[in-house]
Write a protein that binds this ligand. Structure first.
Ligand SMILES: Nc1nc2c(c(=O)[nH]1)N[C@H]1C(S)=C(S)[C@@H](COP(=O)(O)OP(=O)(O)OC[C@H]3O[C@@H](n4cnc5c(=O)[nH]c(N)nc54)[C@H](O)[C@@H]3O)O[C@H]1N2
Ligand SMILES: Nc1nc2c(c(=O)[nH]1)N[C@H]1C(S)=C(S)[C@@H](COP(=O)(O)OP(=O)(O)OC[C@H]3O[C@@H](n4cnc5c(=O)[nH]c(N)nc54)[C@H](O)[C@@H]3O)O[C@H]1N2
Ligand SMILES: [Mo]
Length: 770
């Protein structure tokens, strides 16, 4: 057992590695993945005591036909069925779920909620898997066992007793399989609400809205085959080596075949340097790494849109002398709004572009020439682009740039957002949407014979505000850790505590269980690695990856406890209790998920013949109309957008803070206090700053600092005793870790375009600790 987990055991209130472990910072110079990753995997397997089951589980992960889908990120599976297409963080994720540790009734009897509230988040999750339903008992301040029927009865009654269905909200974290997702949204809509907040409201809402407006589809249009043949990859605002590690394989392969790879990120992340891919045994044995970048640009936080505008300006300039710089035929046949966009680019001065992006014109030109010289280009992006006020405009600017050179609807070209949770894209496809389209509701009404509500529901921020006002009284969390993932931690806590009932379907104990309403339930469910036995046999569920591939996932491990239910069974149990007169065949659906899929095939666009096609090797790809140059937009064409550049430059004494993940965490789950690729050991309460910004403030290396955020409404929020680390980051920009820093994200600071909280755009002042 490692020193780290010993510390967790001895002091559950300490950080994940215990406060005694010494902090160390040493800039990281090794390639991404490779032996560092292999070593880390070994440590994780040892810690969880999973030397046997762990490797066996891993060998079955992401295997076409007979395995389970990695519950980690949404990067697609290798098309060749590569048997070792796995990554360090996927392995951590799987072993996290497969742990032998259990948190049963004895544990809850031994600890009050008040006591557990003082434990660290890492210590809570480290207790292991939940084993049976629990209900909060206010008399003893403890969770006590409750039977499944009584638990369902309690939720059912709470939902039936509401004055109106909009007093309930149904949250989803993006891990839920498609079948459970479909039942879950059906439950909400049959009850009569579209209050379906999800993690996507904090994640890729901006991408979905941008792509919908520009191209008439909420998703990217490229797949892994396109990544394999493209000439130029532009990777924006993603820490791929940590958060989508399998992208490294694509980057290494792209580099080897001579493709250009441009990274656009205020930080030069590990994936923007070199990598060794673990399944390349020769490279591993000889320590031979491959570059994964040909150019790195470091805009200021929020400066991407100006940078992209600059690139477009260069393309338009080049077109004066090079007729091939623009794809005029494509522009004329398939787009609208080009003339206005060109005029806007011409009217935007280089001075403004350089000031707003923080990148010199000559460097922007370099990236633009890579783009002009490439026959086929892909733009890929994640939260660095989306979690901003102007996230939608920036994602649309990416599309503008693609349209200029006809990089759409052909092999090796197009937009490729990197989604987060393994099935977050599938959740939206299958109906988790607080703003459903009329067409979707019409089909749902016709096929399921219900009368779904037409008014829009609440998203994540809207739900928190409504709970705070007392307008939402029942909160149902289907996975995730809402209390910590959401912005403005104390405000969110208070909102949850005002509820009549908070209820979470979870695999592990987390903060959201402790920040509860008057009544509270924890309902434990099967994990994706576990065998889901129902009346018709072992069931599989389907998931959709970042590139719209839908395939089956089958768990084979013995469930962590005999009392666990599957997520579809839990949804059905709640539905039966809340909707006693429902004509929906809830039990029949749970007996055999093929029946859910049959219904889904009639409701969901692109799911025709679902049961057959999902069983094909590698599954099937949902048709992408924009890929075929069919655009469901008002003009019937791809639409250029013409947004003016936002002012993203902070006032003199302020910095812009982005809150992000370390290498050793999964959103709110912290595996350790290390961030290997950024050179950090044993510390999470840190802030990465530009050395000149530190000097200007009289802050020395590793000094303690106080951080104060200033919200748009002028209110302030503070964190104390953070360690300042000088880092290669543009002036005026700073970075630190979520979820600790969510305290600084004001609830009212969300994008007017996407309603996403501004998690990468927190205005702060930093001072040496007083
Ligand atoms: N191991 C692991 N994998 C994960 C997750 C995890 O927690 N752990 N989470 C999953 C989820 S839900 C998601 S949504 C994804 C998140 O994947 P990422 O988007 O990689 O998540 P973050 O860690 O928030 O990192 C954001 C990146 O954006 C950069 N950035 C910040 N501000 C800007 C900006 O203004 N412009 C640009 N160009 N870049 C900027 C940061 O430097 C950082 O590299 O990962 C998924 N995969
Ligand atoms: N400041 C800041 N805040 C952020 C972000 C940021 O970049 N900055 N990123 C945002 C983003 S992109 C996202 S997606 C959200 C993430 O928000 P969430 O999805 O709500 O959070 P997670 O940490 O992924 O949830 C972890 C919990 O999920 C439960 N769980 C795990 N597996 C399963 C399962 O199979 N079934 C069920 N029912 N439960 C399971 C476990 O109990 C575990 O404790 O956070 C957001 N918050
Ligand atoms: Mo996410």
């Amino acid at each position: 057992m490692s020193a780290e987990s010993e510390n967790e055991k001895t002091d559950p209130t300490a950080g994940s590695s215990g406060e005694s472990a010494p902090f160390r910072f040493r800039p990281y110079h090794h390639p991404a993945a490779g032996w560092g990753a292999a070593k880390s995997v070994g440590r994780v397997l040892a810690r969880e005591g999973e030397f046997l089951d762990g490797p066996r589980g891993i060998m079955r992960m992401n295997h076409e036909g007979r395995g389970f889908d990695c519950p980690g990120c949404a990067w697609p599976d290798d098309l060749k069925g590569l048997h070792l297409d796995i990554c360090e963080n996927g392995i951590k994720h799987v072993t996290w779920e497969m742990t032998h540790k259990r948190v049963g009734r004895d544990f809850f009897a031994a600890h009050t909620v008040g006591e557990l509230s003082r434990w660290s988040d890492a210590a809570l999750e480290d207790q292991g898997r939940l084993t049976e339903p629990m209900r909060y008992d206010p008399d003893t301040d403890r969770y006590v066992p409750i039977s499944w029927p009584d638990a369902f009865d309690l939720v059912g009654r709470a939902l039936r007793e509401l004055d109106e269905p909009d007093q309930a909200a149904f949250y989803t974290s993006g891990r839920l399989g498609n079948e459970a997702t479909f039942l879950y949204q059906l439950l909400a809509r049959e009850l009569g609400t579209n209050n379906l907040p999800d993690c996507s409201n904090m994640c890729h809402e901006a991408s979905g809205r941008a792509l919908q407006a520009s191209l008439g589809t909420g998703k990217g249009t490229v797949d892994l085959k396109d990544w394999e043949v493209t000439d130029a990859l532009f990777v924006m605002g993603v820490n791929a080596a940590s958060n989508a590690p399998r992208m490294l394989t694509s980057l290494v392969e792209a580099y080897k075949r001579g493709a250009q790879i441009v990274h656009i990120n205020p930080l030069i992340e590990a994936a923007a340097r070199r990598a060794i891919i673990p399944h390349e045994f020769l490279a591993m044995a000889s320590f031979r790494s491959t570059p994964t970048s040909t150019l790195n640009l470091q805009p200021r936080i929020g400066g991407d849109m100006a940078l992209l505008r600059g690139m477009a300006k260069v393309v338009l300039d080049e077109a004066r002398t090079d007729p091939k710089a623009l794809d005029t035929e494509f522009i004329e046949r398939h787009t609208s709004g080009f003339a206005e966009y060109r005029a806007l680019c011409e009217a935007t001065s280089w001075e403004e572009i350089e000031h707003q992006s923080g990148v010199a014109r000559a460097d922007i030109r370099k990236a633009a020439l890579v783009y002009c010289e490439a026959d086929r280009s892909i733009f890929s992006w994640c939260l660095g682009v989306t979690q901003h006020d102007h996230g939608v405009d920036t994602a649309r600017e990416i599309v503008n740039l693609l349209l200029l050179r006809g990089n759409l609807g052909r092999e090796g070209a197009g937009p490729s957002p990197v989604r987060g949770h393994s099935n977050v894209q599938g959740n939206r496809t299958c109906g988790i949407d607080h703003r459903p389209t009329g067409e979707f509701l019409d089909r749902l009404a016709a096929v399921c014979e219900i009368d779904p509500p037409r008014r829009h529901g609440l998203d994540t921020v809207g739900t928190i505000e409504a709970m705070h006002r007392g307008d939402v009284l029942v909160f149902v969390g289907m996975g995730g850790n809402f209390a910590l993932a959401a912005p403005d931690t104390p405000y969110t806590f208070a909102a949850l505590q005002k509820c009549r009932l908070t209820m979470h379907v979870s695999t592990k104990l987390n903060r959201s269980h402790l920040v509860h309403g008057r009544d509270a339930l924890i309902l434990p469910c099967l994990g994706r690695t576990e065998k889901d036995q129902q009346r018709a046999g072992v069931q599989a569920t389907s998931v959709e990856d970042s590139m719209s591939m839908v395939h089956l996932s089958i768990g084979m491990k013995r469930p962590a406890s005999p009392h666990l239910l599957s997520e579809p069974a839990i949804v059905a149990g709640i539905a039966r209790a809340a909707l006693p007169d429902s004509a929906t065949p809830w039990e029949r659906y749970v007996e055999d998920y093929d029946r859910i899929r049959d219904t889904m095939s009639h409701v969901l666009d692109g799911f025709e013949d679902f049961n057959r096609r999902v069983r094909l090797p590698l599954g099937f790809r949902i048709r992408q109309p924009a890929r075929e140059l069919v655009f469901d937009t008002p003009s019937g064409r791809a639409e250029f957008s013409t947004a003016t550049l936002p002012d993203v430059v902070p006032a003199e004494d302020r910095l812009v803070l982005c809150t992000m993940r370390s290498h050793d965490q999964w959103n709110t789950t912290i595996y350790s206090d290390n961030d290997r690729y950024r050179g950090v050991k044993n510390l999470r309460t840190l802030i990465f700053m530009n050395a000149d910004d530190m000097r200007e403030r009289g802050i020395g290396k590793f000094d303690d600092v106080d951080i104060t955020s200033i919200a748009r409404d002028g209110s302030t929020r503070s964190l104390h005793g953070y360690t300042a680390i000088p880092y290669d980051i543009p002036r005026g920009s700073a970075a630190g870790y979520m979820p600790e820093m969510n305290v600084l994200c004001a609830i009212g600071d969300y994008s007017t375009q996407s309603d996403q909280p501004l998690m990468k755009n927190v205005r702060i002042t930093v001072r040496a600790a007083s």
